[in-house]
Design a protein around this ligand. Structure first.
Ligand code: MSP
Length: 509
């Protein structure tokens, strides 16, 4: 059985989740669900990144102690993911005792192996990124990502000897040429490594809100150093060697493009320093944009009107559209890789075209005609249906696409099958014919297509697909059996009571 340990980044708890955070999480969830459908063993991890200066500052600005603040904010992420139907197997909070213990054990290991030493750090720091910049990386003296002023920091602290890993990292990437997807992001990581790696400061004395350094309690770990280790905490690094070996290093990290350096340079080097293998795969996606700008929790340049998707309430959007329709839109309209513009117009256009018209209409029309011509009992499909070959091609194409982390392509293929079933219904027009074998064949084929679609689209729209499944008169759910057992043409048995019900996707605007 294949195995997939899939992770999202853990989200900063300075604010509630927004559509940008939902984009990563929904993609990870749908990919995990597709792999479960394939019969793979899956562990889906997400969580919240709760330490660091940004969170401490935000808590203070709200007159709260950091722990109460992160408790409240982390709960908003959990609630949002429940509302969106996210099927994570674990939710990791970096303030949890199990994480603190893992961070300390892992970094103690690196320290003992001689890759951490004391030094003086002086540099320019962006609190929003929780990251350092050199003067030439700044954009008119401001952080190139957030457009905010940077602060000068000078601290005596501990450094990770990243410079020792230039050669090992290059050798590892040469031996693992597909470890980072897409290729452009691999090249970005490689050119960063080739440009020369400097040691990085990994502890702080200026703040207390972090995991204490086990060998020197005047220091806490820098938030990124604590955060990356979440991927090990969840699989019991240092606590359960058997479980750890089961999931590591065959992990797959799904991340946004702004955190490539952390995941593709620092993190594999940290793993090497601790004596474990680097993560096997990192897939990098782009940003959702509004008006061409990144959707983010942090306000853009001061004084500028924020153009933020954060101003759109995620829960309001889910209430308006429904969780499954929002999931479908995120998966179908912004392929993993490039940036994509997020807009209300695009949501409505996609919803009306694919969900209300294409899928919704097929389901409603078939149920109506089964009612009027077949007494409400769905006929079996034609074994020699003209849709049979296309259905087999679509299943293969969808599997390849989802396996290749391209949900938009998997869904696009699936919708081609729906369109073909609709076109055939139009052409044969069973509503104009007398009941008989021709009517039975075209309706049975359409029911079979709906059965296959309920399975193939279930990773994107788990609730709606289960509902569709029930309306076809089928027992259980679309995900009860591994895909390859149920994806052959002819699985719809016929003789089942078909229910029309309310429209699955009522038209919008
Ligand atoms: N806490 C760090 C990650 C630590 S992982 C060990 C962090 N958090 S974050 O909340 O700022 O962002 C987490 C992820 O949210 C990003 O990598 C990205 O995947 C996603 N997104 C945040 N805004 C986004 C968009 N506008 N569009 C798409 N994804 C976005 O970085």
């Amino acid at each position: 059985m294949a195995r997939l340990y899939l992770t999202t980044p853990i989200y900063y708890t300075n604010d509630a989740p927004h559509v940008g955070s939902a984009y990563t999480t929904v993609n990870a969830d749908a990919l995990a669900r597709f792999h479960r459908l394939l019969g793979d063993e899956v562990l889906l991890l997400t969580g919240t990144d709760e330490h660091g200066q940004k969170v401490a500052d935000t808590a203070a600005a709200h007159g709260m102690d950091p722990q109460s603040w992160v408790d409240q904010t982390s709960a908003k992420f959990e609630a949002a993911w429940r509302q969106l139907g996210i099927s994570n197997d674990d939710f990791l909070r970096t303030t949890a005792p199990r994480h603190r213990a893992t961070v300390q054990a892992f970094l103690q290991q690196i320290y003992d192996r001689g890759y951490i030493e004391r030094g003086l750090y002086e540099g320019l720091y962006c609190v929003s990124c929780e990251d350092y910049y050199t003067a030439d990386q700044l954009d008119e003296d401001r952080c190139p990502i957030h457009g905010r002023p940077v602060v000068e920091m000078a601290e005596e602290n501990y450094f990770f000897k990243l410079s020792a890993f230039e050669e090992p990292l290059l050798a590892w990437y040469a031996a693992n040429p597909t470890a980072i997807q897409p290729e452009a992001k691999r090249n970005e990581a490689l050119s960063f490594i080739r440009s020369g790696l400097r040691d990085i400061s990994i502890t702080r004395t200026s703040i207390r809100w972090g995991v204490p350094v086990p060998w020197d309690d005047a220091h806490v770990f820098y938030v990124w150093y604590d955060a990356l280790i979440n991927y090990l905490t969840a699989i019991d690094y240092g606590r359960d060697p058997e479980r750890f070996a089961h999931w590591w290093p065959s992990v797959h990290h799904l991340i946004g493009k702004e955190i490539v350096r952390f995941h593709c340079v620092w993190w594999p080097a940290m793993c090497m320093a601790a004596g474990i293998d680097p993560p096997a795969k990192v897939s990098v996606h782009g940003w959702l944009l509004t008006g061409g700008r990144k959707v983010s929790k942090t306000i853009a340049a001061e004084g500028e009107t924020p153009l933020k998707l954060t101003d759109i309430s995620l829960s309001g959007l889910v209430e308006d559209l429904g969780a499954d329709a929002l999931r479908y839109h995120l998966l179908r309209d912004t392929p993993l890789g490039p940036d994509g513009e997020f807009s209300a117009e695009a949501i409505d256009a996609r919803y009306n075209a694919d969900l209300a018209n294409n899928l919704g209409n097929l389901a409603a029309r078939v149920a109506t005609v089964v009612g009027s011509k077949c007494g409400g009992i769905g006929p079996a499909p034609d074994p020699d249906s003209p849709l049979r070959t296309l259905a087999a091609e679509v299943v293969d194409e969808a599997v390849l696409a989802w396996r290749g982390f391209q949900p938009h392509h998997g869904l696009e293929a699936t919708w081609r099958l729906i369109a073909a079933a609709n076109a055939r219904l139009e052409a044969v027009a069973p509503w104009k014919l007398e009941p008989g074998p021709e009517v039975d064949a075209v309706l049975g084929d359409a029911l079979e297509v709906l059965r296959l679609v309920a399975i193939l689209a279930s990773p994107a729209m788990p609730t709606k697909c289960a509902e569709l499944w029930g309306r076809l008169g089928l027992d259980g759910t679309p995900t009860d059996h591994p895909l390859f057992e149920v994806s052959g043409w002819g699985g719809y048995p016929g003789g089942l009571a078909v229910h029309k019900g309310d429209p699955l996707f009522p038209r919008r605007r």
